[in-house]
Design a protein around this ligand. Structure first.
Ligand SMILES: [Zn+2]
Length: 69
C-alpha cells in the first residue's frame, strides 16, 4: 500500500481497492494545485509524525468489549 500525506495540513490519501497508484498521484497533484502544499509519498502504512513517535507505549493493554444480553 502506498500512502501520500501532507506534512503541512495533515491531508492524506492511500491506495486501496478503489484507489490506484495513478489516482493517488492525481490526488497529490490536486492537493498541490489547491493548497500549494507538496504531499509526501511513502510506502509505509503509517506516515511518520511527531505525534506517533511521542505516543509510543510499549505496554499496551487490549481490553475486550463484553456485552451481556
Ligand atoms: Zn496540505
Amino acid at each position: 500500500m502506498t500512502t501520500a500525506y501532507c506534512a503541512v495540513c495533515g491531508w492524506s490519501r492511500e491506495t486501496g481497492p478503489e484507489t490506484t497508484r495513478s489516482d493517488l498521484n492525481r490526488a497529490m497533484i490536486d492537493h498541490h494545485v489547491e493548497t500549494g502544499h507538496t504531499p509526501i509519498e511513502t510506502d509505509e502504512e503509517r506516515p511518520v509524525s511527531d505525534e506517533a513517535a511521542g505516543a509510543d507505549e510499549p505496554d499496551v493493554e487490549w481490553t475486550p468489549v463484553e456485552r451481556d444480553f
